[in-house]
Every structure is written in C-alpha cells, then in structure tokens.
Ligand binder design. Structure first.
Ligand code: AMP
Ligand code: MG
Length: 404
C-alpha cells in the first residue's frame, strides 16, 4: 500500500501554485522572441507616425481652398521628404505613407480626381484631415504599447519592431529535463526484445514541453535501479528548472522515484484523486520542481497537460497559464468518475451553434489512440452513475474546435 494520502485535485493545484514563481527576465532579440512573455512594460519613445502621412495615393491639398482645379507643383513618394509649403491653387502628387507638405491638410484619392490641361481637378469637395494619419495616431510618444505579461505573438512582435525595440526583456524559458524509467524500455529505433517496449513517453513529453514554451533536455532512459535513478535525478535537477520523470511512481517492486525524491528533497504529494494518473508525484529538489509522472503513455501526457503545462506557463510569467475552459454538450452518455475526477479525452465540434463533445473511445491509459485527435478534456465529476447525453460538462480546450 502507498503511504501517500489521495489528495483532491484542487489541493494538488493549490500546492503547485504556491511554489511556482516566474523565472528571472533576460534580454532577448525581438526577432526571435515569438511566443515569449514580456517581462517589462514597453512605452513608445516616438510618435507613430512621426509625421503627417497620406493613407492613399492621390493629391495633397489645402482643404479650405475653393479652387477645384489645381496646379501640381511637387511629387512626394513614400520615404521622400515633402517639398515647400503648399499654397492655395496648388496640389502635391502624394503616395501612400509619404509625408504631407506644410500647408496641406487633406489628401484626395487619385480615383476622385481627373486631369485637365496639365492640372488636377477634384471631383468632390474635400474635408480637413481626409486621408491623413495625424502624428502619433497609431501610437503616441509616452504611451505604454505593451505591458509586462503580454505574449509576443505576431502582432506584438511587429509592434516592438515598429517602435525600434530590437531587444526586449522576456521571462526566461524553463529548461525541462525528462527522464524515462523502466527496465523494459528501448529507444524507438532499436530492436525490441520480447518483454520490452519502445520509450515513447520521453519524445511525446519533449514535444509537449516545446509546445508549452519550455526547453526540453533529454536525460535518456534509466533502468529500474534505485541508486542509478537517484544519481540521475541529482544530476538532472542541477541542469534544469523542472525535471519530469515517467514511470516508477506506483507501488511496484521496482518503483523507486518516490523514495529517491524523498531522499533528495521534499515530496509535496504522491497520489491524487485523478484519472488518468493517480500516482502523480510532485516534489521540490534544490531549486528544481520535479514531477513524477506515471509511466502509462496516456497518464503521463494527461498529467503533463493538466499539472505540468500550467506550471511551465507560470514559470514563463504567463498571467493566464491555463488553457481556455468551455462547457460542452455531451453527444452520448458518460460514466461518472467514481472516486476520481476524470479528464476524459473528447472531440469537441461546433454544430448548429452548440459545442458538442464525444469520447475518443476506450480511455485505458496505455491507449495513446485515445489522445490522438482529441481537442478537449471533459471534466467528469466523481460519483457513481452516468451523465446523460445532452447534459453539459466543463472541458479544457487543448486544440482547435472542429467546425462544420
Ligand atoms: P510504470 O508507471 O513504471 O509502472 O509503467 C506503467 C506502464 O507504462 C507500463 O506498462 C510501462 O511499460 C509503460 N511505460 C513506462 N514508461 C514508458 C515509456 N517511457 N514509454 C512508453 N510506455 C512506458
Ligand atoms: Mg516502470
């Protein structure tokens, strides 16, 4: 029997949250900062645009000028400087993005003009400010353009470049070491003797770490030898912010991860009321957080998704570390989770304005096919009996919703 009490899932979340702090910021090249999280407020030192710019190809004019026909006295292309002050009765040919000359206060689209005797004639009256981007209309000098905690996606990255920030302070990405355990494991490209299996968890977990913004570090796979595993854990925590193990956390005769972690540091919990992955173990060793994930491929990936991923997001300073939560309508009956909260792999899809969910089939924890193609985890309450088709349950979105 395990010495560990079975902890309610909410308590496990609370314990993890209580020990996670964002990592220190570091200076990074903006060009390579996509997906990173900003560790500073970024204010603009400039007005964007810094000059009055035309938004169209056309003619810059004096709006109050009553003359419809104007002599074209200059041409201003994007990147060029404007010529002398524009006078009544004249116009400047101007391109999109080019600066207006002094005196001009509107631009008429070329489509709203015609040529006559070498002059340009406006087809309509002009309003002051028409087709002009005033100084600072996009971003004004001194404005906070992005705040600490902003995720640098495409637009944010472009904005930083607009403002000339070619380097910014971002939270460091966590280095996440991964160690597989099990006498039965071989590398996926090796021959598989009878009784052995390929180590798939380490590769799936390293992909999941990258997706979460972490930097995976493979520690290979270890035989079920307590001294060896203890030594590898000791070395692993020196090199990483987070260490993830797979396998060896149950009550088998050769499950050594829990006792090894007790020897090296503090084990916060060793069992949770969760399916799949009751033996999930969480510890701190030195400055590293350690997650002992169960060996079954589904259990390791689902516990990663639910417990480790938010941790990696928080370490990177993400103020919203959790995946989006939605409510799904069940397409068929589901069994309640018994004594454990169940995170059931489902396929969520939009149909007639409803978010429907159906199971990926058998949920046994060895069956990775129950995860392939899933895009949500429906949270099935504890208890006996069923939740009927048509009822609603909360779910975590792990991928894009399918639409018709
Ligand atoms: P354990 O948690 O060590 O008792 O392992 C539970 C089940 O998961 C066993 O059937 C193992 O063979 C399997 N397993 C353990 N580690 C891995 C791994 N790295 N890749 C694939 N399956 C694994
Ligand atoms: Mg094992």
């Amino acid at each position: 029997m395990s010495q560990y009490n079975i902890l309610p899932v909410e308590e496990a979340f609370a314990i993890i949250r209580s020990v996670v702090r964002p990592l220190d910021p570091e200076r990074v090249e903006t060009a390579a900062a996509d997906g990173r999280i900003l560790a500073e407020d970024v204010s603009s030192t400039e007005n964007v645009p810094p000059f009055r710019a035309s938004t169209v190809d056309g003619f810059a004019v004096v709006a109050d000028d009553p003359a419809r026909s104007k002599h074209v006295v200059q041409e201003i292309t994007a990147g060029a400087l404007a010529g002398p002050t524009l006078l009544i009765g004249t116009a400047a040919r101007i391109m999109t993005g080019a600066p207006l000359p002094d005196g001009a206060d509107a631009v008429v689209m070329i489509e709203d003009t015609h040529q006559e005797d070498g002059s340009v004639v406006l087809d309509h009256t002009v309003k002051h400010g028409e087709n002009v981007r005033p100084i600072g209309i996009d971003v004004a000098r001194g404005d906070v353009a992005l705040r600490r905690g902003a995720v640098l996606n495409n637009a944010e990255l472009g904005l930083l470049m607009t403002l000339g920030y070619t380097q910014v302070q971002c939270f460091r990405r966590p280095v996440v070491a991964v160690l597989s355990t099990g006498d039965e494991l071989v590398e996926p490209w090796e021959d598989v003797p009878l009784g052995s299996i390929r180590d798939s968890n380490r590769y799936a977990l390293m992909a999941a770490i990258r997706e979460a913004g972490g930097v995976p570090l493979s520690l290979g796979h270890a035989r079920d030898d307590r001294d060896l595993q203890t030594q590898l854990l000791r070395e692993g925590v020196e090199q990483a912010d987070v260490l993830i193990t797979s396998g060896g956390v149950s009550v088998g005769d050769r499950d050594y991860i829990k006792p090894a972690l007790e020897e090296l540091g503090k084990v916060h919990f060793g069992r949770i009321a969760f399916r799949p992955g009751m033996p999930l173990t969480f510890a701190e060793v030195g400055r590293a957080l350690v997650f002992g994930l169960p060996g079954n491929p589904v259990s390791s990936l689902v516990t990663f998704e639910v417990f480790v991923r938010p941790t990696l997001r928080s370490l990177q300073g993400d103020p919203h570390p959790l995946r989006p939560r939605v409510e799904v309508e069940l397409e068929h009956e589901f069994q309640l989770g018994g004594s454990r909260l169940e995170y059931h792999r489902v396929i969520a899809r939009w149909a007639d304005g409803r978010l429907l969910a159906r199971s990926t089939g058998s949920q046994i924890s060895s069956r990775l096919l129950s995860m392939a193609g899933h895009n949500a985890l429906a949270i099935i309450p504890m208890g006996n009996g069923v939740v009927r088709a048509g009822e609603r349950l909360p779910a975590i979105l792990t991928g894009p919703i399918l639409s018709e």
